[in-house]
Design a protein around this ligand. Structure first.
Ligand SMILES: C[S@@+](CC[C@H](N)C(=O)[O-])C[C@H]1O[C@@H](n2cnc3c(N)ncnc32)[C@H](O)[C@@H]1O
Length: 257
């Protein structure tokens, strides 16, 4: 049986958020970013949600790929520190975004902060929804209820025919494989010392994430189970591939027309 009192969740903390701001420098993450963007059906004038957006790497890529053609991108994350990263992103992206890129602090384990149904053309999420957490005090166990609920919420806020593309880690991911491929990034890094520092910080959080996943708090689920959950949430046209040094599944699917 798991601990009766849930242990601390580091994700909302500033130090954890900031540690992952450097993730985009890792070659395996670059591969994941490119694979994700290449799988999206982006059209000018659309509204997209970046769920568990962190420092906004996917948001930036959405904006740049469409050359600022989207009507709006909303980044949402439980860590308030990411508001600062979004301020910086907004001031640097080209073309200028104004308020068309915005950030909302929100914990997706308790739902999505959008009352309106069918309000997004697309939802993207990078290595985030697997951290939806729900604890049952009655049984003293972690459950997948919040994970299942996030999928249903995403389906609710998508317009009919809208696309959902997201990545999640495979069961028992090997951070060693990710680290091995990240060695190449060290040689190309603008500041190798900073690169090593960030990589080490992420590595340390990686240990915590794996321990919590083994307890059932976080969800590195087998591919067929994710497919089953997507179907149960109402998604169709489910496709998947591997990315992130083989340590993540990338899924894409749609809300039925
Ligand atoms: C591995 S990082 C990925 C960040 C970003 N998607 C990217 O691709 O760079 C996971 C993100 O999920 C966010 N997250 C974890 N649990 C969350 C929750 N319950 N609600 C909202 N965001 C959450 C974290 O704060 C973090 O920014």
């Amino acid at each position: 049986m798991s601990a009766t009192v849930p242990a601390v969740n580091y994700w909302p903390q500033n130090s954890c958020a900031k540690a992952f701001w450097g993730q985009h420098e890792l070659p395996p993450y670059q591969q994941l970013l490119q694979d994700t963007i290449s799988w999206l059906d982006l059209q000018p004038g659309q509204r997209w949600l970046d769920l568990g957006c962190g420092g906004g790497q996917l948001t930036r890529a959405l904006w740049q790929t469409t050359e600022g053609g989207l009507e709006e991108i909303v980044g949402s994350d439980c860590a308030a520190a990411n508001a600062y990263a979004f301020e910086k992103l907004r001031s640097r992206v080209e073309p200028w975004s104004g308020d068309r890129i915005r950030f909302v602090v929100s914990d997706f384990s308790t739902g999505l902060p959008f009352a309106e149904d069918d309000c997004f053309d697309g939802v993207v999420s990078g290595l985030a929804i697997q951290y939806a957490e729900s604890y049952s005090p009655e049984t003293g166990r972690w459950t997948t209820n919040a994970y299942d609920a996030v999928l249903k919420e995403v389906c609710r806020v998508l317009r009919p025919g809208g696309q959902f593309a997201f990545s999640v880690n495979i069961p028992e991911p090997s951070w060693l494989k990710v680290a091995a491929l990240s060695v190449f990034g060290f040689f190309g890094a603008r500041s190798p010392g900073r690169y090593l520092h960030k990589a080490y910080a992420m590595w340390r959080y990686g240990g915590w994430l794996k321990t919590q996943a083994r307890k059932g708090r976080f969800h590195y689920l087998p591919r067929p189970l994710v497919v089953k959950k997507l179907q149960a949430a109402g998604f169709v046209q489910i496709e998947r591939r591997r990315s992130f040094a083989g340590q993540a599944y990338l899924f894409r699917c749609r809300k039925p027309e």
